[in-house]
Design a protein around this ligand. Structure first.
Ligand SMILES: *Cc1c(COP(=O)(O)O)cnc(C)c1O
Length: 399
């Protein structure tokens, strides 16, 4: 097929066409088990009937009225988010990057409003991922995503992740925000320690800086809690959500307290599509399903099962050194002998009818539907087993 899309994506050699639950079919009619979930997006699987209903009902009613008006759908979803989190106010947008862009801009403006223009420095973590706008690639800790787009926004410092001493050394009264992923998703499914988050909270309080949690990947039930910060009990001042929030319909959100939100006065920030009724209607129905204790218990149970089976698979063939993560966000870290081969294994898994992800060159990442069944887990792991068997035969060890 002729490819008309800009070459910043390297597309897989198959074209998905139809999907249901945790299964996807391509244009050739081949079936896949989906343990990737559209990169931690399709939290309720594909085409969940309740979400199809919410979307089509709203589609018959009203699509868009501009941000000159609020809508019932937007207020309803915002109320649900507020009632179940630390937050008191919500800003809707269309993606994770936009949510983080809003969070970072708000932290700068809040600091300027209350403490003056000097307080503008942002501390972020090495290897972090916060999106692809110029500000968010600059704050993200992966120079490969930012260096070719210089000059970059100034006032951003990077510290090693989970390094308490480095954070203590870096923070000052000029710091306006510290931004952390509770689990670094893109760079290897690497959880922050509870101690790191606690120290970050204390340091932000001492220096009157906003603590921002980027929960774009960890949010909405993915880790077995509605948001991952609940595991540590450390509350942020600002939090971002996207990916699973609309379960595949584009929507992002920035959540914060009333006091901080008041720095976003009329006209200070905006979006054309953010909070549109279609996205909010889907998000609102998805929220009700994800936030059920039954769903979150299922995530914990299926996460343990999948982690256990992957650990056994790794012990059997020696390909994984550890399997880590929380709930249904799981990373299989490749053994040293197989370092750098995650992409190859990922491609072969697809050929075996299994959709998974990588998180950097050394980690296979799984982020399946939160509703995944026992049979689907077993079938997925069996496909991964046969893909790894073939890969070990064909490619063998490094060197
Ligand atoms: C995916 C992701 C983003 C970016 O979200 P987009 O919707 O692609 O802009 C930001 N932060 C984290 C932690 C993510 O995983």
């Amino acid at each position: 097929m002729q490819n008309y899309i800009t070459p910043n994506f390297s597309f897989a050699p198959v074209i998905p066409e139809r999907a249901s639950g945790s299964r996807v079919w391509d244009t050739e009619g081949r079936e896949y088990i989906d343990l990737a979930g559209g990169i931690a997006v399709n939290a309720l699987g594909h085409c969940h009937p309740d979400l199809v209903e919410a979307l089509t009902q709203q589609a018959q009613k009203m699509w868009h009225v501009s941000n000159i008006y609020t809508t019932r759908a937007a207020q309803e979803l915002a109320q649900k988010l507020v009632e179940q989190t630390f937050a008191e106010k919500v800003f809707f947008c269309n993606s994770g990057a936009e949510a983080n862009e809003a969070a970072l801009k708000l932290a700068r403006k809040y600091a300027r409003d209350h403490f003056g223009a000097e307080k503008n420095e942002i501390i972020a973590c090495a290897n972090a991922f916060h999106g692809r706008t110029l500000f968010t690639v600059s704050v993200g800790g992966q120079p490969k995503y930012s260096q070719d787009f210089a000059p970059l926004p100034a006032g951003i410092n990077h510290v090693p992740f989970n390094d308490v001493a480095a954070l203590k050394a870096a923070i000052s009264d000029k710091t306006c925000a510290v931004i952390i992923e509770p689990i670094q998703g893109e760079s290897g499914v690497l959880p922050a320690t509870a101690e790191y988050l606690q120290v970050a909270r204390r340091l932000c309080d001492e220096h009157k800086a906003c603590l921002i949690f980027d929960e774009v990947q960890t949010g909405m039930g993915r880790t077995g809690k509605l948001f991952a910060y609940e595991h540590s009990g450390v509350q942020p001042d600002i939090m971002t959500s996207a990916k699973a929030l609309g379960c595949g319909f584009p929507i992002g959100a920035m959540l914060t307290t009333e006091k901080i939100a008041s720095s976003f006065g009329p006209g200070s920030h905006g979006t054309t599509f953010g909070g549109n009724p279609l996205a909010c209607a889907v998000g609102s129905r998805a929220f009700d399903i994800i936030n059920m204790s039954k769903t979150l218990a299922h995530v914990n149970r299926q996460g343990e099962k999948l982690k256990q089976m992957l650990t056994e698979l790794g012990e059997e063939n020696g390909v994984f050194q550890t399997v880590r993560g929380e709930g249904l966000l799981i990373g299989c870290v490749l053994a040293d002998d197989y370092a750098g081969k995650a992409g190859e294994i990922n491609a072969l898994a697809l050929a075996h009818g299994l959709m998974i992800l990588v998180a950097g060159p050394n980690v296979l990442r799984l982020a399946p539907s939160l509703l995944i069944t026992d049979e689907e887990i077993e079938e997925g792991v069996a496909k991964l087993r046969s893909a790894l068997q073939e890969w070990l035969q064909v490619c063998g060890k490094n060197g």
